[in-house]
Design a binder for this molecule. Structure first.
Ligand SMILES: Nc1ncnc2c1ncn2[C@@H]1O[C@H](COP(=O)(O)OP(=O)(O)OP(=O)(O)O)[C@@H](O)[C@H]1O
Length: 362
């Protein structure tokens, strides 16, 4: 847990945050200049709040009233910046081992970290000779080797293209699975954040305007300005149950759901194996609604569900359909009227097997 109750003067406004972050992965999202980095800097010790208190796990790292301000290197917090900030004159190995001298290593061993982040083959290279994604993995390995109690990631993907981002995300999920430490990630791309976590912390003008599950946040009309500008995304944990090698068609089963949900996915880029845990992403506007099941149709996925909520977005409506998990479906208001869909209606949610994006969970 991270407890943060601080005030910090900035040029155009004051940062005022009074929040508790759980031990999961939290995505921090907000307009440029809204104070996201200032909040991470306050937690890490790179900025000193004017008043308040910050506690990371059991350790009070800052308390203005007691004049307590633990220095950056004693806070045991891993911080990974946008461009990794590796030492250019050191090899990947020396970069990773750098934290050891200052903090010691009481957590994962060098080999375990190197294998977890797949950087063993790079150990003798200098940062200039490796790719952006490899540099970010090295920066993550260096942060982990210092055995942090908390990991802060400030725009860790922004210098990377989409394919490389999708390669880094499974490493972050794996880090969280293995270490169970809280991770706060700042990104201007909500899709990246949702690939990592459902929990979002929304910031505007230095204040928290929402800190909740994505599904709860999109239901709040006043947040549509900040969240509505982005394509809404469904993110579901699933397991591969069957692989059809000839067609690349995979059957995926929902994990920890009330009822079994099977969807079909066509992904040839990576060969996922039966039994593998993956995350599945479907854009809300790639899903169509129907009041009937269609026998003769090429669309592979038709999930039956009950509409639990309809959120008004002007000429668009967000239908939340319980198909075993809450599926967000974006359709025009006109379609909702034509189909006479309302709360409690039974509907089929249709989406093509190619409309699904998938990342492994490591
Ligand atoms: N050291 C500082 N002293 C005073 N004001 C600052 C300082 N650093 C940043 N600011 C201002 O505080 C505000 C918040 O900046 P911050 O970098 O925290 O926002 P951000 O949400 O991370 O922005 P971005 O998404 O563009 O990186 C901005 O208006 C910025 O100009």
């Amino acid at each position: 847990m991270i407890y943060i109750d601080i005030k910090l003067k900035r040029k155009n406004f004051d940062i005022e945050v009074d929040q508790v972050f759980d031990d999961g992965i939290t995505g921090i999202f907000g307009p440029s200049g809204s104070g996201k980095t200032s909040i991470l800097h306050s937690i890490s010790g790179l900025a000193q709040p004017d008043t308040g208190c910050i506690k990371v796990g059991k350790q009070v790292v800052y308390n203005a009233s007691e004049n307590k301000n633990v220095s950056v290197d004693k806070r045991n917090i891993g911080y990974v910046f946008q461009e990794g900030r590796l030492f250019p004159h050191m090899t990947v190995e020396k970069n990773i081992r750098y934290g050891e001298k200052r903090f010691g290593n009481k957590g994962l061993g060098f080999d375990q970290i190197v294998d977890m982040l797949s950087v063993r083959h790079l150990l003798h290279c200098k940062p200039a000779k490796i790719s952006g994604g490899e540099r970010q993995r090295t920066a993550l390995a260096r942060a982990l080797f210092a055995c942090p109690k908390l990991l802060l990631l400030d725009e860790p993907f922004s210098a990377l293209d989409k394919n490389i981002r999708n390669q880094i995300i499974p490493f972050l999920l794996k880090i969280h699975q293995v270490l169970h430490i809280p991770i706060l990630v700042v990104s201007h791309d909500i899709t990246d954040l949702l690939k990592l976590s459902h929990r979002l912390f929304l910031v505007k003008d230095g204040k928290c305007i929402g800190h909740d599950h994505y599904l709860q946040l999109i239901q709040r009309k006043e947040l549509s300005g900040i969240l509505g500008a982005n394509s809404l995304l469904n993110a579901i944990n699933m397991q591969v149950t069957e692989v059809e090698p000839d067609y690349g068609l995979r059957t995926l089963k929902g994990v920890d759901l009330e009822k079994e949900v099977t969807i079909y996915c066509l992904k040839n880029r990576k060969k996922y194996q039966t039994g593998e845990m993956i995350k599945v992403f479907i854009n809300a506007d790639d899903i169509a609604l129907s009041k009937v099941y269609h026998e003769d149709i090429s669309i592979h996925n038709q999930l039956k569900g009950i509409v639990t909520d309809i959120i008004d977005r002007g000429h668009l409506k967000l239908c939340i359909v319980d198909v075993g998990f809450p599926l967000i479906v974006e359709v025009t208001s006109d379609s909702v009227k034509k189909l006479a869909v309302s709360k409690g209606s039974t509907v089929w949610c249709l989406f093509k097997s190619v409309a699904i994006d998938v990342i492994g969970q490591g």
